[in-house]
Design a protein around this ligand. Sequence first.
Ligand code: ADP
Ligand code: MG
Length: 336
Amino acid sequence: MKLCELGEFELIKRIKARVGHGSGILRGIGDDAAQLEIEPGFQLLTSTDLLIEKSHFDFAWTLPEDLGYKAVAVNLSDIAAMGGTPRYLYLGLACPGSAEVERIEAFMDGALELAENHGVILVGGDTCSSPGPWVISVTVEGVVPAGRAIGRDGAQPGDVILVSGTLGDSALGLSLLRQGGVVEEALAMRHHRPQARVELGQALAETGCVTAMIDISDGTVSDLGHILQASGAAGILDVPKLPLSDAFATALRNRPDLVELALAGGEDYELLFTTAEEDLAVILAVGKQLGIPLTPIGKIRSGEPVLYLRDASGHEKSCLAHGFDHFSPTSGSGAS
Ligand code: ADP
Ligand code: MG
């Protein structure tokens, strides 16, 4: 069945029927606005991401259920990067009237699967017809104990720069998917179903030892650049220390230029953060406890917000000499 045959209100009814109830929801889908209760002593975190067909995703190599999953994951990742707990979700959906309802429902399957995994409830949204591409807007609200949220602006000279997980897998997966060949499942899934590091973000915030944090959406160099800009400090990144998956390392052996994807490919949705040297042991213990690799990859320095890349021979190169843009992928997926 096509969306124009089902109609907007019937679609909203179907969506509402699939949504559970959660604590703090006084009114969810069905009124003019969601009405929610926030516990005393907590602050609200809100983040929105837009996804546009052909710009951010393409149904030629993306299943609708993966798209729904990812649309939610990238938002949860923003809350994770502040050290918060995601609670509520809003979904803006514009599709052409010719869109198959089955495709929209598959999209909802993926979105609601991940939301449920994290105890996040869909409490509102908007539904419109689009004259052309699908446009998806996801907003997430989360909570954080007052004063606990971690911004991008607290990095201090001498701090260690760390990153969770491995880098470059999503960008490598996407480039292989675009070529249309067989893509190793682990790489394809890093692109289609990124894992928001929610538990890690909370645990890191709880230590009180993280000085700045961001999630990697645009790419390691670019997102580290945001921390440097916001903190008013310089940074040095040891390129040989970038954590790589086995699949990525194997590909890199034949194509050394792929290191660019670990530096600038984007959509890793790992957490990139800084901590004082003396707190490093506390931070590494958090990673061990959660079974998530945390790798020191560089240091914050005093000075203008310039990022230096250090290669295996110890040679340093300033990124600003080429501009951060030099490292952004020309064939990127338009990471949010
Ligand atoms: P209004 O005209 O006041 O904007 P709508 O008819 O657009 O109301 O929406 C009715 C209810 O359905 C609202 O609670 C709205 O938040 C919810 N809603 C609409 N579209 C979606 C969607 N795609 N996902 C979740 N909730 C939605
Ligand atoms: Mg509306």
